[in-house]
Design a protein around this ligand. Structure first.
Ligand code: ASP
Length: 354
């Protein structure tokens, strides 16, 4: 059998289906959690949907015009950070001490360059600071005062504390303290925002931005800015952004775990005789192959999310594959989400059954 492999591989290269590099795809989220139709007024629902659509449009326009996945992720997240309904940038939750401390991360799947910041208090759009860290390249993860000093040197826009603070989030903290509740009791949802994208050059990127969890103390850092937990991108496998109870996502290493399972699965498939034969079928079979790959990616994301649930955590992930499939997996009653692609998909959704 071994002697036929090089021959089969040569055939595979000769007859492989045309490159799908012109495809683009994007998925976004604005947090997962207990999102029930009966607890949301039609006006609120419409506002959430409109905000998600604005973020999706910002990313989509960039990708359709040939811009990079990193650029699309950045732009979609800036829209969500500026939108006070989500727990990122403006509208971030409060710490126990009554401040807004922001975390963000971004990763480029082309070269696996990454940038992340945690505990910043004056950066208007933390995702832009995370990207400046990535671009600078000397470090991956900066925190607190040091990250703000780096931002000042790079001329990153700042905003006063009042910009981030909203009454709804202040009330959530007050309720938590008065009734001795947990962050989950007061918020019932995670409002972290994120985006993942595939650009026309075949590059993937992922980004996530958050205020963390209401009442967080002692410099607590969640999964969002931790590369491999809440954010990961690798052109060989996928781009992931998560939302949920961060401690569990860190313990499972959710974003890296999903990408690794996908990469190893693909590598062993392409080495197998069945895989080479499948690639020989070329264009004719492209749709069927795409559907199989999407199902496989969905199954992997669902399996990793089951591990989060088994440990006691909840939340969700968005992912985009190198083939352009934009997928969601979550174990809550809803997740603010949206996706668009060159195949014509353009949709936003909130509740699980949508
Ligand atoms: N994952 C975030 C954290 O634990 C919370 C969220 O998704 O809203 O900080």
């Amino acid at each position: 059998m071994t002697i036929f492999r090089p021959l089969l591989a040569a055939f595979a290269i000769l007859f492989a289906s045309p490159s799908v590099a012109q495809d683009w795809s994007i998925a976004i989220h604005g947090g997962a959690g207990t999102l029930d139709r009966d607890k949301m007024t039609p006006e609120m629902e419409a506002e959430y949907r409109a905000a998600l659509q604005r973020a999706l449009d910002a990313g989509e326009t960039i990708l359709r015009n040939g811009g990079s996945a990193v650029e699309a992720v950045r732009s979609a997240i800036v829209v969500l950070e500026n939108e006070p309904r989500f727990n990122a940038g403006r509208g971030a939750v409060f710490t126990w001490e009554g401040e807004n401390e922001l975390d963000a991360a971004i990763m480029d799947g082309r070269d696996r360059s990454a940038g992340a910041v945690t505990g910043v208090k004056t950066i208007k759009n933390p995702i832009l600071l995370a990207d400046a860290v990535r671009h600078d390249g000397r470090h991956v993860f900066l925190s607190g005062a040091g990250a703000e000093e780096f931002a000042a040197q790079r001329g990153i826009e700042t905003a006063p504390p009042e910009w981030f603070a909203t009454e709804a989030r202040r009330n959530a903290l007050d309720r938590m303290k008065a009734n001795n509740l947990s962050a989950l009791d007061v918020d019932l949802k995670f409002g972290t925002v994120g985006a993942v994208a595939l650009d026309q050059s075949g590059n993937l990127a992922a980004g996530t931005s958050t205020g963390g969890m209401t009442g967080k103390r002692w410099g607590r850092i969640g999964d969002a800015p931790v590369i491999g937990a809440g954010t990961y991108a690798d052109n060989r496998s996928c781009a992931i952004s998560t939302t949920g109870w961060g401690e569990f996502f860190i313990r499972v290493g959710v974003a890296h775990e999903i990408c690794t399972r996908l990469r190893i699965g693909k590598e062993s498939e392409s080495r197998s005789v069945r895989g080479v034969l499948r690639s020989l079928t070329g264009q004719r079979d492209r749709e069927a192959r795409r559907a199989r790959e999407a199902q496989h990616a969905q199954a992997i994301a669902d399996a990793v999310m089951s591990e989060v649930a088994e440990l006691g955590g909840d939340g969700g992930v968005i992912l985009v594959t190198p083939e352009g499939d934009a997928l969601f997996s979550f174990n809550t009653s809803g997740m603010y989400r949206g996706r668009a692609s060159s195949s014509g998909i353009n949709e936003v959704a909130i509740f699980a059954e949508e």
